[in-house]
Design a protein around this ligand. Structure first.
Ligand code: BES
Ligand code: MN
Ligand code: ZN
Length: 516
């Protein structure tokens, strides 16, 4: 296996703007900023800055970028970029992260090798302090997210190279003690790594079904995680059979490609015996729908049906590299959902490893089948808290669009914990109910329940199916079917895999002190 590619470095610098020896100096531009807000800057650009502001060529609209050369020989930066940052009062880590990605992408197009981003104090948190570390981490994440390239198999023009070196300029620090600066530098390195791991998940989700088979997915995921110091075990079809995973094997039957079960273990020496976090990710390397086959239109998109599994693998790598203080177990069931001659059929009965029986009404509802067995397996390995991530239902796109992932689970305290972490990590997420009344939709005449609940509340019944396999543990389910792939490009988000949930899963492993 080739070694895992690293992102470009991100360093911190405390210096005046004129001293930053870079190709592009990036300044977030708040509403109401004036050409004179930064001493000497307008003169350094030969007056281009005040001209662009006066003519409204640059009107500081959020994510608009204006780039102009520096003409003052006393200034080290070659060019200056202003990026519209909105009102200073709504400058959150989410905005900072997105500004950084926006300019990193713009910088690549202009073949910038060295970029410096000025971190300006924005919104104060309720304690009255600007959270420099939190913002610096978000900027580092955003800069690195700009490195992702999707055109892996293009043989013509190579894609624009990533910015080779990033610097975050820190100004106006109230606390300049060495400890405080070290805290900021640690946060920046954390952000760089989380950006890198998000990009590694995006690379996996971008890989087509013919190159990323379940076996190949398992091998690459194992390589990623073991590079992060995480132990990995790959179970083959015989071992999966020995565990009695009839749902996972049922889905795999229609394909010539054998399934795999990927098991990650982060077991830091001296970690407490509990809690043990269990991360479970859907790893369908291609979803044709099986015998309940999908229409041809947009079926190519189903190569990313392992985005949840990729998020778990990449988060495990981050958890290992960052040294999370608790035990974490990751489980990714990897299969291809195909309509082969031995495929399961509507009406077939499958027996889960837990013993519960399922009537398969629709072979396209395969994610819940493989996740049910994976959740059970996580429990047998001793996890105390569960989170699963899956491109599970088209219905979640109807409910929440392509902006927000769906969040389900029980109890509320655990769901809220996941929600709060996702908010900080910059993954948009929103809770939906799993009231018991919906369970009636899964009633079967012949087995314990069916695998589909009809169109109404399709994401909710899918979540209720998973709940059957959560064993009463605190469990949260994140449906990323609408958020794993970007179709409507944004300045801060190119088309393609988004890397959703990687940072949330990784950061969650550092919040155990707050769990009930
Ligand atoms: N992988 C799909 C869900 C999906 C749909 C992901 C659109 C991304 C975009 C999943 O396996 C699926 O096919 N779900 C079915 C369930 C139905 C048969 C109950 C769906 O949503 O239509
Ligand atoms: Mn499906
Ligand atoms: Zn699927």
């Amino acid at each position: 296996m080739p070694s895992v590619p690293n992102s470009s470095p991100v360093t911190c610098l405390r210096a005046s703007l004129s001293d930053a020896d870079v190709d592009l100096l990036v300044i977030p531009w708040f509403e109401g900023d004036l050409a004179g807000t930064f001493d000497g800057l307008d003169r350094a650009t030969g007056g281009e800055l005040s001209r662009a502001l006066a003519s409204r060529e640059f009107a500081a609209k959020l994510f608009d970028v204006f780039i102009t050369p520096v003409v003052d020989p006393g200034w080290k930066p070659r060019r200056v970029a202003l990026v519209g940052a909105g009102p200073v009062a709504s400058f959150t880590t989410l905005v900072a992260r997105r500004l950084a990605t926006t300019v990193a992408l713009a910088a690549r197009q202009r073949r910038v090798a060295r970029l410096a981003f000025l971190l300006r104090p924005g919104q104060a948190d309720p304690s009255g302090d600007f959270d420099v570390s939190g913002f610096a981490q978000a900027v580092a994440e955003g800069l690195i997210l700009g490195e992702f390239t999707g055109g892996t198999y293009k043989t013509g023009e190579p894609s624009a190279p990533a910015v080779a070196a990033h610097t975050i300029i820190l100004q106006g620090l109230t606390d300049t003690s060495p400890e405080s600066l070290l805290r900021v530098e640690t946060a920046v390195e954390r952000g760089r790594l989380l950006g890198e791991c998000s990009n590694l998940a995006r690379d996996l989700a971008n890989e087509p079904g013919n190159t990323l088979t379940p076996r190949e997915f398992a091998a690459r995921a194992a390589n990623l995680a073991s590079d992060g110091g995480v132990a990995v075990e790959i179970l083959d079809e015989k071992q999966i059979d020995a565990l009695g995973m009839g749902m996972l094997l049922g889905v795999a039957r229609g394909s010539a490609e054998p399934p795999r079960l990927i098991v990650f273990r982060h077991d830091p020496p001296g970690a407490p015996t509990r809690p043990v976090l269990g991360l479970v990710g859907k790893g369908v390397t291609f979803d044709t729908g099986g015998i309940s086959i999908k229409p041809a239109e947009n079926m190519d998109r189903m190569k990313d049906d392992m985005a949840g599994g990729a998020a778990v693998a990449a988060a495990m790598r981050a958890i290992g590299k960052l040294g999370a203080p608790i035990r974490v177990i990751g489980i990714v069931p990897a299969v291809e959902n195909m309509p082969g001659g031995r495929a399961i059929k509507p009406g077939d009965i499958l027996r889960s490893a837990e013993g519960k029986t399922v009537e398969v009404m629709n072979t396209d509802a395969e994610g819940r089948l493989i996740l049910g067995d994976a959740l059970w397996y996580a429990r047998t390995l001793g996890v105390t808290h569960l989170v699963d991530v899956a491109t599970l239902t088209g219905a979640i796109v109807v409910a929440l669009g392509k902006v927000t992932s769906g969040l389900f689970g029980t109890p509320d305290s655990w769901v809220n914990q996941v929600r709060a972490v996702a908010d900080r990590a910059g993954d948009r997420i929103w809770p939906l109910p799993i009231f018991e009344e919906y369970r009636d939709q899964l009633k079967s005449e012949i087995a314990d329940f069916t695998n589909t609940g009809g169109r109404p509340g399709g994401s909710i019944t899918a979540a209720l199916f998973l709940k059957e396999f959560s064993g009463g543990l605190p469990w949260a389910h994140i449906d990323i079917a609408g958020t794993a792939w970007v179709e409507d490009q944004k300045p801060y988000q190119p088309k393609g895999p988004s890397g959703v949930a990687v940072r949330t899963l990784a950061e969650l492993a550092f919040t155990a002190a707050a769990w009930k």
